[in-house]
Ligand binder design. Structure first.
Ligand code: PMP
Length: 361
């Protein structure tokens, strides 16, 4: 037999995740830290990597890293779990709290991976869309969970791609209203003043996600973690891949976490650049930037896809969200170095320029 029988039926309507990477002078499309780990720390990491045994399996639970993270937040090891990027942990949550006959509550527009994971795990997705300004429709969310059938909900704070953080008071009210698992995805939490971590002691149904991919410049290493109640972490341990976090990543992440204070100036620099870019965008005619608590900005512009093309022609890659009706005419730009941001601002002014627009048509 030379052919293969069809795969599982639910894959028919799915597409592989495509981050739409293209080579560019200013790569402002993946919300990474534009600055790599500084040399001195890289050397420290390199020295430690040399000593890692490659013939042995890694510690399945990365306990050294778990302990470091737990200590930093005043938690116990049993309240922390690390994963191969936050992505792996998001899938684990869907495996544990989703499943056939179960319901996930989504607050779109938001990170597309949540809904994909729900589909893969045969979980029903219910949507409470955000308002026109992308704030959460708090009363609608509370009313929806009060019906009692929601098994888990993800609140992304700051939200991707819209940039705004969820009010901590709302998260508390949500946790008080439901026994659904409330995953607060703080992948961009280091760029924002608010975190719901202080609520961890009070609520068994709160799970907080963080990642090393953004503020800590380790997107290439693949490392994320969740903080939650030991009872919840124990369930996640049942579904996770035993050796998903490799020994080299564990070592690199331990070194970075131990030295995380060294990232503080770069994080402050990104936040300062975000405010500068926001100011510049707000002053441009036809451009509507949304306030951001993250390391990226969502911008509404007329004819967004054409603007995306013209930016790319000028060497600037941003992410085009205009295909989604909830983010019609929106592009998302990551905050890069000052030079990259200036390249973007200049290219955007040209891309929107009236003379060129006429000549193009
Ligand atoms: N959550 C959000 C909101 C994200 O934007 C991302 C990265 N795009 C992740 C989680 C996962 O990040 P990682 O797998 O790199 O840790």
């Amino acid at each position: 037999m030379r052919s293969v029988r069809p795969p599982a039926a639910h894959l028919a309507r799915m597409q592989p995740y495509d981050p739409k990477y293209l080579p560019a002078r200013a790569f402002l499309s993946a919300n990474e830290n534009p600055l790599d780990v500084e040399d001195k720390l890289r050397q420290e990491i390199a020295r430690e990597l040399k000593r890692v045994p490659l013939n042995r399996y890694p510690d399945p639970l990365a306990n050294e890293l778990r302990d470091q993270i737990a200590r930093a937040y005043g938690l116990r090891r049993e309240q922390v779990l690390v994963g191969n990027g936050g992505d792996e942990l998001l899938f684990d949550v869907a495996l544990c709290w989703g499943g056939p006959g179960r319901t996930f509550l989504n607050l779109p527009p938001t990170f597309s991976v949540y809904e994909a994971n729900a589909r893969l795990t045969h979980t029903k997705t219910e949507n409470v869309p955000r308002r026109a300004d992308f704030s959460i429709d708090e009363e609608a969310v509370l009313a929806r969970v009060a019906r009692g059938d929601v098994d888990y909900v993800v609140v992304t704070s700051p939200n991707n791609p819209t940039g705004n953080a969820a009010p901590a008071g709302f998260v508390r009210r949500l946790l008080d209203t439901t026994d659904a698992l409330v995953m607060v995805d703080e992948a961009y939490g280091e760029f924002c003043d608010e975190s719901v971590m202080p609520l961890l002691g009070d609520y068994e149904n709160l799970l907080v996600l963080r990642t090393f991919s953004k503020a800590y410049a380790l997107a290439g290493v693949r490392m994320g973690y969740v903080l939650g109640a030991p009872t919840v972490i124990e369930q996640l341990c049942k579904v996770r891949q035993p050796y998903s976090v490799n020994a080299l990543s564990q070592t690199a992440a331990c070194a970075v976490f131990r030295n995380r204070e060294r990232f503080a100036p770069a994080i402050r620099g990104i936040v300062a650049e975000r405010e500068r870019v926001l100011g510049e965008l707000a002053a441009m005619p036809q451009v509507h930037p949304y306030r951001s608590d993250a390391n990226f900005i969502l911008v509404r512009v007329p004819d967004a896809h054409r603007v995306w093309e013209r930016l790319y022609d000028r060497g600037v890659l941003v992410r085009d969200f205009s295909g989604n009706p909830l983010t019609a005419d929106c592009l998302r730009v990551s905050i890069g170095t000052r030079q990259e941001n200036n390249l973007f601002l200049g290219a955007l002014a040209e891309a929107l320029g009236p003379s060129e627009r006429k000549a193009d048509r």
